[in-house]
Design a protein around this ligand. Structure first.
Ligand SMILES: Cc1cc2nc3c(=O)[nH]c(=O)nc-3n(C[C@H](O)[C@H](O)[C@H](O)COP(=O)(O)O)c2cc1C
Length: 354
């Protein structure tokens, strides 16, 4: 199976499985506390956020998806056009195919050419070396580099990697050498406390938890297998658990929440749980598929509006205020946190600074 046909398989299966539209999500275990005296108005809400040295005018990031096959040119073009219109950041999919086949670089570069001043992230896997990282960043004049970790996806993929040694050292060398922030991300199986601490120790700027609950690469790869390993379709750390674990265990690293984010309430909950911003992949792809650029713009505008309304009902004018609101965590997520010694009473009794 070539890298090019795999790229389109992923897009097709992600759309077909439509995994991000399932009704329940681990964020259902998280409740925000309504404030009937917010003493503020919707117009005063600021959506500006900082992820390390990056200043973003929205907490929404169109997360890494594609590039590397002719058909993906249009997808990256349209995602970048909507990102520009809505002032949101965007990541391209893994650029390894363009490093191996330079004629594919245009399918990624289009994201920069349609949005020359936007915030754009390069993307490579944990197998990348320093030289490849530098070339990927240069290809896009990228503002940051994402490095994805996708062990379970590779294991289920018949043609996938079987050796995962040396990844942390390679990432450390890249962090040391490149001149943009490095973000390490999962692709839907979540980041644990143990892994987050290792990543923080080597100086990565941000960890994107990429938790279970949205696009499911176990299910996608199983669709591509002649003999599926279906027991793995439920593998991974739910987004709520991963987000609380990682937020609780790192101090310098910023945390990004991805994994089944669908609407404004998910976004506000993620930010309240400690995320600096949220990533959305499958749902953006779905809105692109059904509504093109206009559909994406409309969806993103609705998300911004929903965030503003919710922040008003919580009495929070800034995302920094949102990080301090009290949260009630119950159900499976609370059970998980209890066993992992995460103190949910502190979250439940936080005092928002006014
Ligand atoms: C079609 C598709 C292709 C993807 N390709 C990549 C990729 O090349 N690199 C990467 O880091 N993540 C990739 N991802 C993972 C997403 O960035 C994200 O981590 C994951 O889909 C979970 O988010 P979601 O539930 O909002 O879709 C891809 C996702 C989709 C839907």
């Amino acid at each position: 199976m070539s890298r090019i046909s795999r790229k389109m398989d992923h897009v097709r299966h992600a759309l077909e499985l439509n995994q991000t539209s399932t009704l329940s999500h681990s964020f259902d275990d998280v409740k925000l506390i309504h404030q009937c005296l917010p003493e503020m108005d919707v117009e005063s809400v600021s959506l500006n956020v900082a992820v390390g040295e990056l200043s973003l005018s929205s907490p929404i990031l169109v997360n890494a998806m594609t590039g590397g096959a002719e058909e993906t040119y249009r997808i990256n073009h349209d995602l970048a056009t909507a990102a520009k219109e809505c002032g949101i950041a965007m990541a391209v999919g893994s650029q390894m195919s363009a490093l191996k086949r330079p004629e594919m670089a245009k399918t990624y570069r289009v994201a920069r050419s349609v949005n020359p001043d936007g915030i754009l992230f390069a993307n490579l896997g944990g197998e990348a070396n320093i030289e490849q990282a530098e070339r990927a960043i240069e290809m896009l004049e990228a503002d940051a580099l994402q490095i994805h970790l996708n062990v379970m996806q590779e294991l289920i993929m018949p043609e996938g990697d079987r050796s995962f040694k040396g990844t942390l050292n390679r990432i450390a060398a890249i962090v040391e050498k490149v001149n943009v922030p490095v973000i390490v991300k999962e692709v839907g199986f979540g980041v644990s406390r143990e892994s987050a601490k290792l990543l923080e120790s080597i100086g990565v700027t941000a960890i994107d938890v990429g938790g279970k609950g949205g696009t499911n690469f176990a299910a996608i790869e199983n669709k591509r297998r002649t003999v599926p390993i279906e027991m793995l379709n439920d593998w991974g750390i739910p987004t709520s658990c991963s987000l609380l674990e990682v937020s609780d265990s790192v101090s310098r690293c910023k945390v990004i929440a991805t994994g089944g984010i669908r609407h404004g309430l998910h976004i506000v909950k993620a930010l309240a749980m400690g995320a600096a911003c949220v990533g959305m992949a499958g749902n953006m792809l779905g809105h692109w598929s059904s509504g093109g650029i206009d559909g994406l713009i409309k969806y993103t505008e609705q998300l911004h509006e929903q965030i503003r309304l919710l922040m008003t009902a919580l009495g929070t004018g800034t995302i920094a205020d949102l990080h301090q609101v009290p949260l009630i965590v119950t159900g499976d997520t609370a059970e998980w946190c209890k066993l992992r010694n995460i103190d949910l009473n502190t979250y439940a009794n936080r005092n928002p600074s006014k």
